[in-house]
Design a binder for this molecule. Structure first.
Ligand code: SAM
Length: 332
């Protein structure tokens, strides 16, 4: 198997300098899709004009945001500043969402620092025009931690709604067969057990998702260089549950473009942005590659292979399959 990954981009200025000349978007610019479906911006989620320019007259029925979590992988701000920043992009989201719409936000809790920022964000959201609906936990396969604490394997996503949006419950069914019988209940005077009552052979995901494979270098969808990539399977589940074909989906923190590719696969439009021109370019390239080849990522190759065939000369070069004490695809 090819072994030519892009090193992590966030902490290596030399690699960034090599890639920036190949990025099509400068700050403030938008890529217009030749097929006129999606929009990708190099913009700032907290800037209301940027959102107006990105979304235009359209309104979306779903937003899936995965902001930096104020944890080790990103610039640390005070919790108050971080929450105020969140409030700005939440308000920008509210203006771009339809009356009946859904909002999902991925956010972590730092167990070494009072579990911030997740609870602070939840409290802030009580002042915004959304109804809290579910608190979903997704289980990673690779954890991190020490011998003196529980291994950290969770990622959280909050589900909120505005008005009365769609919820397609069929999207909730997993590939996991129902195994346990014996949960009896009387229906119309007849004692029934759970397997005959259920509408599927498989179990519902519920709000603890244990059936999603964390992205790693052997997977087709892997986008090396992206340290916080979400698996397509979980984004597709959200899109299928909370939008209909042809709807528009927002994602203000694009990174590897997971929401964009899931939207493309499922016949939705996606308005997405990243304030880093390199990630914006990766998203454009990932979409173009998916359309040309049906490939969802680069596995252990990378998006800039034509221009920069190898990073072997870079001293900081590292591969993404090294074991690590901190997670590489879910910063916390
Ligand atoms: C946690 S990652 C998102 C991961 C994404 N869900 C995926 O699956 O690839 C957060 C991204 O937000 C971008 N970002 C940080 N601040 C931003 C801002 N103010 N506006 C837009 N994007 C921002 C970062 O460059 C980073 O790529």
């Amino acid at each position: 198997m090819k072994n030519n990954p892009l090193p992590r981009l966030d902490n290596d200025p030399a690699i960034r300098d090599r890639l920036l000349p190949f990025c099509r978007l400068k700050h403030g610019e938008i890529w217009n899709d030749p097929e006129d479906r999606h929009r990708i911006g190099c913009k700032d989620a907290a800037n209301s004009n940027d959102i107006i320019e990105l979304v235009g007259d359209n309104s979306a029925t779903l937003a899936i945001h995965d902001p930096p979590y104020n944890l080790v992988a990103f610039d640390l701000r005070s919790i108050e500043e971080f929450v105020e920043w969140c409030r700005q992009w939440i308000r920008n989201t509210t203006t771009a969402l339809a009356e009946d719409s859904s909002l999902y936000v991925w956010l972590g809790a730092d167990q070494n620092d009072g579990f911030q920022p997740l609870p602070d964000f939840m409290v802030m959201m009580r002042e915004e025009p959304y109804k809290s609906r579910s608190f979903i936990t997704m289980r990673n396969q690779r954890g991190y931690g020490t011998q003196k604490n529980w291994m950290a394997v969770r990622q959280e996503v909050l589900y909120y709604t505005k008005g009365s949006p769609v919820f397609n419950v069929d999207a909730e069914y997993t590939d996991i067969p129902k195994l346990l019988r014996g949960y009896y209940k009387e229906v119309n005077g007849k004692k029934t057990e759970n397997l005959e009552r259920g509408k599927s052979e498989n179990i519902r995901a519920g709000n603890v998702w244990v059936d999603i494979q964390q992205v790693f270098y052997r997977m087709d969808e892997n986008v090396s260089g992206c340290y916080a990539q979400k698996p397509l399977k979980c984004i597709e589940r959200i899109i299928e549950a909370s939008s209909n074909s042809g709807d528009a989906v927002l994602d203000f923190f694009a990174h590897s473009g997971a929401t964009l590719i899931a939207a493309e696969k499922l016949g939705r439009r996606c308005f997405t942005m990243d304030n880093d021109p390199i990630y914006a370019e990766i998203c454009i390239r990932r979409l173009e590659r998916y359309r040309q080849t049906g490939r969802e990522g680069w596995q252990n190759g990378h998006p800039f292979e034509l221009e920069v065939p190898t990073f072997a000369d870079d001293s900081e070069c590292s591969t993404q399959h090294e074991e690590s004490t901190v997670p590489q695809k879910n910063p916390s």
